[in-house]
Design a protein around this ligand. Structure first.
Ligand code: ZN
Ligand code: ZN
Length: 361
């Protein structure tokens, strides 16, 4: 939707804001994430936009994030609730606090450039056509890429709204982590056929992605406590839980809010876990004293259906040697303090970008 709207406006020689105000004077469309799809648009207007944006009306990807969520079996409780497996744009007025993920090479075609909705899926980190890591910021001024803020003179989508430079590939985007890339390919395939094969069973796409989320949590748990059972388990599987990995997702934010780099770090490890057979899981769990009880992470937590081939084979609990557990009560762990510090820094940065925009206006 963002793509359609921005292309349509620029093709008409006006900026996206003027354009949407003309068509929908009653709505401040750009204060919302239009990719979700909006019921305000009737089919006639949508058809007009398609023609203006010069895109075929036949698209093989779901046109909106709501349809995407539906296909993945994700529940969306309210109109503004985040959609699992998609990157939010975190809007504040018209400004997005998170840049629109994109491949500058794909946008290079100028007139025919369009934003792919799939760039907003959280498992997508790379452009498979150009073999590049996606970017969400301008490499010249660091501002988040926000096509909806473009002015008419930009003409095409491939400009930064802030410094007006043409988007370009950052040198770091050329580094592709093969395991993360493989993960993306696998996820893409599961999504396309709406089912996957994992732990020697066939599961629905929704179940497969739930298993991935479970593995992400497992990895984060292990990183936090490398000497505890899940830390030991991942070490058993060949993970190196050293200082470098400790930085992974330092903010402790939800997966969909993580930067592309943080997701690369997590998904390449998830890929590793996805390749482990049920037998290896059972051996590892036996070795590290992991039982069904160990997965009672909190009251409502449920082990995903796709993990059942392993889970059901585990003993209910393991006997513990009556070792005294040392527990720290009350004071926040240094980990928690570090996380909130990292989150605060992220907030400050986002604010700075926003204010730069205000000053400029
Ligand atoms: Zn590309
Ligand atoms: Zn810029």
């Amino acid at each position: 939707m963002t793509s359609w709207l921005v292309r349509a406006s620029l093709n008409q020689g006006c900026d996206p804001l003027t354009f949407t105000q003309y068509y929908w004077p009653d709505y401040r469309l750009w204060t919302q994430d239009v990719d979700r799809g909006f019921s305000q648009v009737n089919s006639d207007i949508q058809h007009d936009i398609e023609i203006m944006a010069r895109i075929d009306t036949e698209v093989d990807v779901p046109a909106t994030l709501i349809i995407f969520a539906d296909n993945l079996g994700a529940e969306i409780k309210t109109q503004a609730a985040p959609i699992a497996w998609t990157q939010p744009l975190s809007k504040r007025n018209r400004t997005s606090q998170i840049g629109y993920p994109h491949c500058p090479e794909c946008l290079e075609v100028g007139k025919n450039a369009y934003l792919k909705l799939s760039w907003r899926y959280s498992w997508v980190m790379y452009c498979t056509e150009h073999y590049l890591k996606l970017q969400s910021q301008c490499i010249y001024c660091d501002q988040p890429y926000q096509p909806q803020m473009l002015q008419a003179q930009a003409r095409y989508l491939n400009r930064c709204h802030y410094c007006e430079q043409k988007l370009a590939v950052a040198a770091v985007s050329e580094i592709v982590h093969l395991l993360a890339y493989n993960f993306q390919q696998w996820a893409e395939q599961v999504w396309n056929v709406r089912q996957g094969w994992i732990l020697e069973q066939q599961v629905s796409a929704g179940e497969w992605f739930n298993l991935v989320l479970f593995y992400v949590r497992l990895i984060r748990r292990a990183i936090k406590r490398p000497n505890h059972m899940f830390g030991l388990l991942l070490t058993y599987f060949g993970f190196k839980l050293d200082d470098e990995i400790l930085e992974t997702g330092a903010t402790g934010l939800a997966l969909d809010l993580l930067s592309i780099d943080d997701r690369v770090e997590l998904f390449k490890r998830v890929y590793h876990l996805l390749e482990i057979s049920p037998e290896q899981w059972l051996d590892g769990c036996a070795e590290c004293g992991v039982s069904q009880n160990s997965f009672k992470w909190h009251k409502e937590f449920q082990v995903p259906a796709a993990f059942m081939p392993v889970f059901l084979q585990l003993p209910q609990k393991t006997k513990r040697s009556p070792q005294k557990q040392i527990q720290t009560i009350n004071p926040k762990s240094s980990e928690a303090v570090k996380q909130s510090w990292a989150r605060l820094q992220r907030k400050i940065k986002i604010r700075e970008f926003y204010e730069q925009n205000l000053i400029r206006k």
